[in-house]
Ligand binder design. Structure first.
Ligand code: NAD
Length: 324
């Protein structure tokens, strides 16, 4: 198990992250073993085929359940859609935690679980506590940087967990990202991620509103973006992810590809839901997160196709509303 690393969840982010992680580990030790697992077995099979094309000697296996992955590996990384999937993979009968309970105390203690999913803070804390009861180390390590950062290996990891777990996770995360930030105990990485995405979700709508209003007032979008980007309104959504085609002539945000790629509106809607849920339990008001959540919900309800497009496509929804 010591020489083997498992990756569960080979979607848009996970497939890129697993590729970077495995290539670095393979470069360090070419007798390393790699195990992949996905609810869609073809995803795991095609990942292995692709990896072996690049690294012909690599020892790869497909696990059909998380149990098989844990029995084979002492390092297990998960990258799943959200809370129900993490609960299933970690706590159901062929899941990670019941399998850890079957291992010897020494083997369980040798195990490190890293969950990079963006999920509910409280579910993340519960799952980590159950995993730690077996003796294993676990960190929550959600990411910022999107599919581009996952591919380039430049993600930021926001990490929650004890000092020992963080120190163990650090070199593994460094194979997939550039900034590894220890935010505090279990759940703290998730808390930081959810707060960041609350800012981002609101900011993207307000930039879309201002860009639309400016054009209605006769401004050229490139001129308006130029003004905002050297003034106090400048932010990631205006400078990098500006939602108006042609507004950033020297950059290529998703709006230049009809909002394809980038961060899906449905994922932003999920993340704002995580913020509004946790705020009611913590008693901290989030009126703008609530407003943004209902706007993205309406975007997807009116035009389900926008659910898969970048969340800057909220601009298309506002423009259509202005034309009604
Ligand atoms: P995705 O839907 O593309 O991938 C999720 C993968 O998990 C899929 O391949 C799916 O088959 C697999 N899966 C689901 N249930 C499973 C199970 N029970 N067992 C094994 N595999 C299972 O999602 P993604 O875009 O890769 O995002 C993953 C996480 O990263 C989400 O929490 C998301 O919010 C977060 N995130 C995404 C981005 C982005 O730009 N896409 C950026 C930052 C954070």
């Amino acid at each position: 198990r010591g020489k083997s690393t498992s990756f569960i969840g080979l979607g848009r982010m996970g497939s890129e992250m697993a590729f970077n992680l495995f290539s670095k580990r393979y470069a360090e030790a070419n007798d390393a073993h790699f195990v992949v697992c996905d609810a869609v077995p073809d995803a795991a099979g095609s990942f292995c085929d692709n990896f072996v094309k690049h690294f012909p000697g690599a020892k790869m296996a497909v696990a059909f359940t998380p149990e098989e992955a844990v029995l084979a590996s002492s390092t297990v990384v998960t990258m799943l859609p959200s809370s129900p999937h993490v609960r299933k993979v970690y706590t159901e009968s062929s899941g990670i935690i019941p399998t850890l309970r079957l291992l010897s105390t020494e083997e369980a203690k040798a195990t490190l679980c890293i969950d990079s999913t963006t999920l509910d803070v409280e579910v993340g804390r519960e799952v980590a506590a159950e995993a730690q009861e077996t003796g294993a180390d676990m960190v929550d390590a959600p990411v910022s940087g999107g599919v581009t950062g996952a591919k380039a290996g430049t993600l930021s990891f926001l990490v929650g967990g004890g000092d020992r777990a963080f120190l163990r996770a650090q070199p593994i995360l460094a194979s997939m990202g550039k900034r590894i930030i220890h935010c505090g105990p279990s759940g703290s990485g998730l808390a930081a991620k959810i707060c960041n995405n609350l800012v981002l979700g609101v900011e993207q709508i307000v930039v879309a509103e201002a860009m639309l209003l400016g054009q209605r007032l006769g401004l050229d979008p490139a001129v308006l973006a130029g003004v905002i980007n050297c003034s106090t309104g400048a932010c990631w959504s205006s400078m990098i992810n500006n939602p108006v085609p042609g507004a950033l002539p020297d950059k290529a945000p998703p709006c230049e590809r009809d909002y394809e790629g980038g961060f899906a509106t449905s994922l932003m809607l999920k993340d704002l839901g995580l913020a509004t849920n946790v705020s009611s339990n913590s008693g901290s008001p989030v009126p703008l997160a609530e407003a943004a959540e209902s706007i993205y919900a309406e975007v997807v309800r009116r035009n389900p196709e926008l659910g898969n497009q970048d969340f800057s496509s909220v601009y298309k929804y506002l423009r259509a509303a202005a034309e009604e």
